[in-house]
Design a protein around this ligand. Structure first.
Ligand SMILES: [Zn+2]
Length: 299
């Protein structure tokens, strides 16, 4: 019985309405990749990075798996040999279609990673909303902590110390009032309780230390050893909906082919590494993947 490795990329999710990683304008939902998808970006502006991923996590509730996800789940359920479906996508559409033999090499939107204790865990809802400024009980002299709205509307050159203590800091934050959980103290100052924070590690209770469990540029993709091993052993390698531009995934076909696998790509257009494949099927994944799965299961 043959061993199969499937690699899926943005093209598969795009057909479900998930924004692809790089649009024609070179931006990702209006952001430069280096502003939202690098460890440096997170250090520099965690609120922006959290807001970006929080929005994408929320969007998952509005999209559904398509025919390609369903067909791969059927392959997983019915294929008697070895199978590993490696996805570059961080959404949960493969799981929701029912796929079990799945590996997220670039992490998952619906997982958090605590930088305090190192644990990874499922995560629903926002991760960043107010989490970085809610933990301060009151403004510190000379510093003010912006709410998310205030950050967004602030000129990019503004730094925390540009505001006087009575500027738009935490004590006048609209968000705490909107939420209705702020407390007016006898001094007339608004204090924000720790119950405001949404970014609390379920493992160690650290506040504001959980980051999206997403592999950013400059970070090592997950499970590379296991993937390499599967690629070297497989008889059939199929790449679906990937441009062939992002390494190391773009190199999987070379490993698989060198080790003797038959290599098939299914994509809207020939990928950058198209010549490494024995076979290219050009068209929509939602139509071509079910056909391919039918063929494989009937063979
Ligand atoms: Zn922790």
């Amino acid at each position: 019985m043959r061993n199969i490795v499937v690699l899926t990329g943005a093209g598969v999710s795009a057909e479900s309405g998930v924004a692809t990683f790089r649009g024609p304008d070179g931006l990702w939902e209006g952001h430069r990749v280096e502003d939202v998808a690098t460890p440096h970006a997170f250090e520099r502006d965690p609120a922006l990075v959290h807001a970006f991923y929080d929005a994408r996590r929320a969007k998952l509730g509005t999209v559904e798996p398509n025919g390609a996800h369903a067909a791969l789940a059927r392959l997983d359920a019915e294929w008697p040999g070895e199978l590993l479906i490696v996805t570059q996508n961080v959404d949960d559409l493969h799981e929701r279609a029912g796929t079990k033999r799945l590996l997220h090499m670039h992490g998952e939107l619906k997982k958090g990673w605590c930088l305090a204790c190192g644990e990874r865990f499922p995560w629903d809802g926002p991760m960043g909303e107010n989490s970085l400024n809610a933990v301060r009980p009151e403004p510190v002299e000379g510093l003010s902590f912006f709410s998310n709205e205030q950050r967004k509307s602030s000129p990019s050159t503004m730094t925390k110390t540009d505001h006087p203590p009575d500027g738009p800091g935490l004590s006048s934050s609209g968000r705490t009032d909107v939420r209705g959980t702020s407390v007016r103290t006898s001094s007339g100052r608004t204090e924000v309780g720790i119950c405001e924070a949404v970014n609390i590690c379920p493992s160690c209770n650290a506040v504001g230390r959980v980051r999206p469990d997403i592999v950013w540029f400059g970070e090592m993709p997950y499970a590379m050893e296991r993937i390499d091993e599967a690629l070297m052993r497989c008889d059939l390698f199929v790449s679906i909906g990937t441009s062939g531009a992002v390494y190391p995934a773009a190199g999987f076909v070379q490993t698989a082919r060198y080790c003797g696998a038959h290599c098939v790509e299914i994509n809207l257009e020939p990928s950058l590494g198209s010549y490494f494949f024995h076979e290219s099927r050009i068209g929509k994944a939602g139509e071509l993947v079910p056909q391919w799965v039918d063929e494989v299961l009937a063979a």
